[in-house]
Ligand binder design. Structure first.
Ligand code: FE2
Length: 219
Protein backbone atom coordinates (compact mmCIF):
# COMPACT_ATOMS: atom_id res chain seq x y z
CA UNK A 1 0.00 0.00 0.00
CA UNK A 2 2.87 2.36 0.75
CA UNK A 3 4.63 1.77 -2.54
CA UNK A 4 1.41 1.95 -4.51
CA UNK A 5 2.37 -0.79 -6.95
CA UNK A 6 3.46 -4.40 -6.93
CA UNK A 7 4.90 -6.63 -9.62
CA UNK A 8 3.93 -10.30 -9.69
CA UNK A 9 6.07 -13.19 -10.91
CA UNK A 10 5.80 -14.08 -14.59
CA UNK A 11 2.55 -15.74 -15.59
CA UNK A 12 2.47 -19.35 -14.58
CA UNK A 13 3.74 -22.00 -16.94
CA UNK A 14 1.04 -24.33 -15.71
CA UNK A 15 -1.48 -22.22 -17.59
CA UNK A 16 -1.26 -22.08 -21.38
CA UNK A 17 -1.35 -18.29 -21.61
CA UNK A 18 -0.82 -18.21 -25.37
CA UNK A 19 -3.81 -20.47 -26.01
CA UNK A 20 -6.02 -18.26 -23.84
CA UNK A 21 -4.62 -15.16 -25.53
CA UNK A 22 -5.52 -16.47 -28.99
CA UNK A 23 -9.03 -17.29 -27.86
CA UNK A 24 -9.53 -13.94 -26.14
CA UNK A 25 -8.24 -12.12 -29.19
CA UNK A 26 -10.87 -13.83 -31.32
CA UNK A 27 -13.57 -12.90 -28.84
CA UNK A 28 -12.49 -9.27 -28.84
CA UNK A 29 -12.52 -9.24 -32.64
CA UNK A 30 -12.11 -5.79 -34.15
CA UNK A 31 -12.97 -3.97 -30.96
CA UNK A 32 -10.48 -2.28 -28.63
CA UNK A 33 -12.24 -3.18 -25.38
CA UNK A 34 -14.25 -6.23 -24.47
CA UNK A 35 -15.63 -6.94 -21.00
CA UNK A 36 -15.51 -10.43 -19.47
CA UNK A 37 -15.61 -12.58 -22.60
CA UNK A 38 -15.86 -16.36 -21.93
CA UNK A 39 -12.16 -17.20 -22.42
CA UNK A 40 -11.21 -14.10 -20.42
CA UNK A 41 -13.37 -15.30 -17.51
CA UNK A 42 -11.87 -18.79 -17.69
CA UNK A 43 -8.33 -17.41 -17.65
CA UNK A 44 -9.10 -15.31 -14.57
CA UNK A 45 -10.24 -18.48 -12.85
CA UNK A 46 -7.18 -20.41 -14.05
CA UNK A 47 -4.97 -17.67 -12.57
CA UNK A 48 -7.04 -17.68 -9.37
CA UNK A 49 -7.78 -13.97 -9.69
CA UNK A 50 -11.36 -14.06 -8.55
CA UNK A 51 -11.23 -16.69 -5.82
CA UNK A 52 -7.66 -16.15 -4.66
CA UNK A 53 -6.53 -12.57 -5.25
CA UNK A 54 -9.83 -10.69 -5.04
CA UNK A 55 -10.66 -11.66 -1.43
CA UNK A 56 -7.16 -10.58 -0.34
CA UNK A 57 -7.56 -7.24 -2.07
CA UNK A 58 -11.02 -6.89 -0.56
CA UNK A 59 -9.56 -7.29 2.94
CA UNK A 60 -6.85 -4.74 2.17
CA UNK A 61 -9.41 -2.29 0.80
CA UNK A 62 -11.47 -2.59 3.98
CA UNK A 63 -8.47 -2.32 6.27
CA UNK A 64 -6.45 0.40 4.56
CA UNK A 65 -8.86 2.32 2.35
CA UNK A 66 -12.09 2.38 4.31
CA UNK A 67 -13.89 0.44 1.61
CA UNK A 68 -17.28 -0.85 2.66
CA UNK A 69 -18.57 -2.17 -0.64
CA UNK A 70 -18.89 -5.68 -1.91
CA UNK A 71 -16.28 -8.18 -3.06
CA UNK A 72 -18.29 -8.57 -6.24
CA UNK A 73 -17.66 -5.00 -7.38
CA UNK A 74 -15.15 -5.94 -10.08
CA UNK A 75 -14.77 -4.90 -13.69
CA UNK A 76 -12.77 -7.12 -16.01
CA UNK A 77 -11.95 -5.84 -19.44
CA UNK A 78 -9.62 -6.91 -22.25
CA UNK A 79 -7.75 -4.19 -24.15
CA UNK A 80 -6.54 -4.91 -27.66
CA UNK A 81 -4.52 -2.23 -29.41
CA UNK A 82 -3.55 -2.84 -33.01
CA UNK A 83 -0.49 -1.24 -34.63
CA UNK A 84 -1.27 2.29 -35.73
CA UNK A 85 -4.30 2.74 -33.45
CA UNK A 86 -3.80 6.36 -32.55
CA UNK A 87 -6.66 6.84 -30.07
CA UNK A 88 -5.19 4.54 -27.39
CA UNK A 89 -2.08 6.48 -26.52
CA UNK A 90 -0.91 9.01 -23.95
CA UNK A 91 -4.16 9.16 -22.04
CA UNK A 92 -2.58 9.64 -18.62
CA UNK A 93 -5.07 9.09 -15.81
CA UNK A 94 -5.80 7.58 -12.43
CA UNK A 95 -8.17 4.64 -12.28
CA UNK A 96 -11.44 4.96 -10.41
CA UNK A 97 -11.10 1.54 -8.81
CA UNK A 98 -9.09 0.95 -5.64
CA UNK A 99 -7.00 -1.78 -7.26
CA UNK A 100 -6.12 -2.44 -10.89
CA UNK A 101 -4.24 -5.50 -12.06
CA UNK A 102 -2.65 -5.36 -15.50
CA UNK A 103 -2.26 -8.86 -16.95
CA UNK A 104 -0.03 -8.75 -20.05
CA UNK A 105 -0.94 -11.47 -22.57
CA UNK A 106 0.42 -10.43 -25.97
CA UNK A 107 3.26 -7.92 -26.02
CA UNK A 108 4.62 -6.69 -29.36
CA UNK A 109 8.08 -5.33 -29.97
CA UNK A 110 9.18 -2.44 -32.15
CA UNK A 111 12.66 -1.83 -33.45
CA UNK A 112 14.52 1.44 -34.01
CA UNK A 113 12.99 3.48 -31.23
CA UNK A 114 9.41 2.90 -32.35
CA UNK A 115 6.82 2.65 -29.62
CA UNK A 116 5.09 -0.63 -28.83
CA UNK A 117 2.42 0.42 -26.34
CA UNK A 118 4.71 0.40 -23.29
CA UNK A 119 3.17 1.43 -19.98
CA UNK A 120 4.45 4.57 -18.27
CA UNK A 121 3.50 4.85 -14.63
CA UNK A 122 4.23 6.88 -11.53
CA UNK A 123 3.23 5.42 -8.17
CA UNK A 124 2.17 7.89 -5.48
CA UNK A 125 1.79 10.70 -7.99
CA UNK A 126 -0.92 11.96 -5.64
CA UNK A 127 -2.06 10.99 -2.18
CA UNK A 128 -5.00 8.67 -1.66
CA UNK A 129 -8.05 10.90 -2.30
CA UNK A 130 -10.11 11.37 0.84
CA UNK A 131 -13.27 12.46 -0.89
CA UNK A 132 -14.93 12.18 -4.24
CA UNK A 133 -14.29 15.85 -4.80
CA UNK A 134 -10.55 15.39 -4.19
CA UNK A 135 -10.60 12.39 -6.50
CA UNK A 136 -12.16 14.39 -9.31
CA UNK A 137 -9.97 17.44 -8.73
CA UNK A 138 -6.88 15.22 -8.90
CA UNK A 139 -8.04 13.63 -12.11
CA UNK A 140 -8.66 17.05 -13.64
CA UNK A 141 -5.32 18.47 -12.48
CA UNK A 142 -3.29 15.60 -13.95
CA UNK A 143 -5.08 15.88 -17.32
CA UNK A 144 -2.20 18.12 -18.30
CA UNK A 145 0.02 15.05 -18.60
CA UNK A 146 -2.31 13.32 -21.05
CA UNK A 147 -0.20 14.03 -24.12
CA UNK A 148 2.99 12.70 -25.64
CA UNK A 149 5.08 15.78 -24.97
CA UNK A 150 4.45 15.93 -21.22
CA UNK A 151 4.68 12.17 -20.80
CA UNK A 152 8.01 12.05 -22.63
CA UNK A 153 9.23 14.94 -20.49
CA UNK A 154 8.33 13.10 -17.27
CA UNK A 155 10.01 9.94 -18.54
CA UNK A 156 13.19 11.87 -19.30
CA UNK A 157 13.08 13.29 -15.76
CA UNK A 158 12.75 9.79 -14.31
CA UNK A 159 9.30 10.63 -13.02
CA UNK A 160 7.73 7.83 -15.03
CA UNK A 161 8.75 4.18 -14.93
CA UNK A 162 8.64 2.47 -18.31
CA UNK A 163 7.30 -1.07 -18.32
CA UNK A 164 7.37 -3.08 -21.54
CA UNK A 165 5.94 -6.25 -19.93
CA UNK A 166 8.39 -8.29 -22.01
CA UNK A 167 8.48 -10.84 -19.18
CA UNK A 168 4.71 -10.84 -18.87
CA UNK A 169 4.71 -10.09 -15.17
CA UNK A 170 1.34 -8.75 -14.01
CA UNK A 171 1.41 -5.36 -12.30
CA UNK A 172 -0.92 -4.23 -9.53
CA UNK A 173 -1.83 -0.63 -8.74
CA UNK A 174 -2.86 -0.35 -5.09
CA UNK A 175 -4.96 2.67 -4.29
CA UNK A 176 -5.84 5.39 -6.74
CA UNK A 177 -2.45 7.06 -6.56
CA UNK A 178 -0.66 5.72 -9.65
CA UNK A 179 -0.71 8.01 -12.66
CA UNK A 180 -0.38 5.88 -15.79
CA UNK A 181 -0.51 6.03 -19.55
CA UNK A 182 0.49 4.00 -22.58
CA UNK A 183 2.81 4.85 -25.41
CA UNK A 184 1.53 4.34 -28.92
CA UNK A 185 1.51 0.96 -30.61
CA UNK A 186 3.23 2.28 -33.72
CA UNK A 187 2.50 0.98 -37.22
CA UNK A 188 6.01 -0.54 -37.05
CA UNK A 189 5.14 -2.71 -34.02
CA UNK A 190 5.38 -6.47 -34.51
CA UNK A 191 1.67 -7.00 -33.86
CA UNK A 192 -1.25 -6.12 -31.61
CA UNK A 193 -0.96 -5.67 -27.86
CA UNK A 194 -3.40 -7.53 -25.61
CA UNK A 195 -3.74 -6.91 -21.89
CA UNK A 196 -6.41 -7.81 -19.37
CA UNK A 197 -7.32 -5.07 -16.93
CA UNK A 198 -8.82 -6.34 -13.70
CA UNK A 199 -10.45 -3.53 -11.71
CA UNK A 200 -11.51 -4.05 -8.11
CA UNK A 201 -13.84 -1.92 -6.00
CA UNK A 202 -15.10 1.48 -7.09
CA UNK A 203 -15.74 3.51 -3.93
CA UNK A 204 -17.27 6.48 -5.75
CA UNK A 205 -20.88 7.13 -4.78
CA UNK A 206 -23.27 6.07 -7.49
CA UNK A 207 -26.29 7.93 -6.18
CA UNK A 208 -26.78 11.38 -4.80
CA UNK A 209 -23.99 12.86 -6.88
CA UNK A 210 -24.78 15.52 -9.42
CA UNK A 211 -24.67 14.66 -13.08
CA UNK A 212 -21.88 17.13 -13.49
CA UNK A 213 -19.65 15.17 -11.14
CA UNK A 214 -20.44 11.89 -12.86
CA UNK A 215 -19.68 13.42 -16.22
CA UNK A 216 -16.39 14.80 -14.93
CA UNK A 217 -15.41 11.43 -13.53
CA UNK A 218 -15.68 9.77 -16.91
CA UNK A 219 -13.31 12.20 -18.54
FE1 FE2 B 1 -6.08 2.90 -16.16
Amino acid sequence: MERGTMMFPALSESVDIDAYAREIMQEVGDRTFCASSPAHARLLDALDVRDGLAPVLHQMARKHLGYQGSLEDQYHIARLVTPGNSTEQYRAHFDSHLFTLVIPLVIPTAADGNEAGELLYRPNARRQPRSELENIAGKAWFKRYANRRRATQLLAQDQFTLESFAERRPLLFAGRTTLHTNRAVSPAASGPRLTLLAHFFDPSPRYGVGNMLRTLRRR
